[in-house]
Ligand binder design. Structure first.
Ligand SMILES: [Mg+2]
Length: 408
């Protein structure tokens, strides 16, 4: 059995999804997602210029060897561009493997471990009352877990994932006005003074059962993050996300020494080497690596297994930059993983998105139910794809009030 061709498509409804389709000489094909948010053309170029010419003629069933061939063969290892490109190939090869076995991919991991996988939605508000309305909207739809972000009084601009005006609802981060990013201005002191009481009010309003998550989005220094994690303990968060920039693994030790608030980190990680110490030293509670930037199912499943040995649960990244293909790959891991925690989920299910990526994966009452179709259980409509093309866009950058560049 041989790979005879592979194609890359860029585009989608309100997103630049990078979709890989690998064709075989037996008519079976596989799909993968290489979408690297706001840098989408780069993994696409890596696939087209280097990886696809080397894929042609290989046996698609040898997914482990093909992953090692590209990872070790590149000499310069890791990095989100390369890992997203490898990730798309790996997903497509697991898709082919499942179709050949006539089994959903989760069966190849060890089968279902649960009936459905809990997800969390994104509630957001220009101020706390606006946020309360947004949380109610999701609770009424049956969501059991909600990430909460709101405007901070006196903050110079709207900050991460917060709308500028009341009632704007969704805020999808990427701005397609052009390639130059908007600037958000950040004030740590105002955030630290306001947010702990706001989270406690949300807990009071919605009672003990709602799972409340909050994303700091890398804005704090390690000592500030430790202070904040301790200050939000009365809100009993399900998790506190990305309290500090992820590349400093020592920062997480400082937080752990001062607080029992559960910590989730890793959406920008692309290798086990970004998080092995965090997992082995049990400094985090949830690992957020994504199957796309993490290099595909093959390496991410190894991280899930390592995490399981140390009581670290999964909480895969699921921003709208993930196409339904990588969300499907993560859904298969979520269905199987004994240490599953939660899945981030932003509504992908628009009619346009469903038409481009038809599937039987379904969301019901705050839970994802994985399709039992062979492979990843998601298809790609090439006729529909002709409606879309690449649109340049950017997410904001962050500066302090004196102009110092800060962490987005
Ligand atoms: Mg996040």
């Amino acid at each position: 059995m041989k790979i005879i061709d592979a194609k890359v498509f860029i585009g989608g409804p309100a997103k630049n999804y990078v979709t890989l389709k690998i064709m075989t000489d037996q008519g079976v094909y596989g799909l993968g997602d290489a979408t690297l948010n706001n840098r989408e053309t780069l993994p696409a170029a890596y696939l087209q210029d280097y990886l696809i010419p080397n894929l042609i003629g290989l046996d698609p069933r040898r997914s482990e060897d093909i992953w090692q061939f590209f990872y070790r063969g590149a000499y310069f290892r890791r990095g989100p561009i390369a890992m997203a490109a490898f990730g798309a190939i790996d997903m497509a090869l697991w898709d082919i493997k499942g179709k050949l076995a006539n089994m959903p991919v989760y069966e190849l991991f060890g089968g279902l471990s649960r009936d459905g996988a809990m997800v969390y939605a994104h509630a957001t508000g220009s101020d706390l009352e606006d946020l309360m309305d947004s949380i109610s909207h999701y609770v009424e739809q049956g969501y059991k877990a909600v990430r909460v972000q709101c405007g901070i009084p006196g903050m110079p601009t709207a900050s991460y994932a917060v709308p500028e005006h009341k009632g704007e609802g969704k805020h999808y981060i990427t701005d397609f006005a052009g390639i130059r990013p908007k600037v958000e201005v950040w004030d740590t002191d105002k955030y630290l003074r306001y947010m702990p009481d706001a989270l406690a009010e949300i807990r009071d309003r919605f009672g003990p059962d709602l799972k409340i998550l909050h994303d700091v989005h890398h804005r704090l220094l390690p000592r500030e993050a430790a202070e904040f994690a301790k200050a939000v303990e009365p809100a009993r968060l399900f998790w506190l996300e990305d309290p500090t920039p992820a590349e400093d693994q020592n920062a997480l030790r400082m937080i752990r020494q001062h607080s029992t608030t559960p910590i989730a980190i890793g959406e920008v990680f692309n290798s086990v080497w970004d998080c092995n110490r965090l997992i082995e030293d049990e400094l985090i509670d949830f690992i957020r690596i994504a199957v796309t930037y993490g290099g595909g199912i093959t390496p991410v499943k190894r991280i899930v297994d390592l995490a399981g040995l140390h009581n670290v649960r999964t909480g895969f990244h699921g921003a709208p930059s993930h196409s339904p293909i990588s969300m499907a790959a993560q859904s298969h891991l979520n269905a199987w993983a004994p240490n599953f925690g939660i899945q981030e989920y932003l509504v992908l299910g628009t009619p346009e998105c469903d038409a481009l990526f038809p599937s039987d994966h379904r969301m019901d009452n705050g839970m994802i139910h994985v399709s039992d179709a062979p492979g990843l259980g998601v298809d790609f409509d090439e006729t529909e794809a002709k409606r879309y093309s690449y649109k340049p866009g950017s997410h904001p950058v962050v500066r302090l009030q004196d102009g110092t560049m800060w962490n987005y």
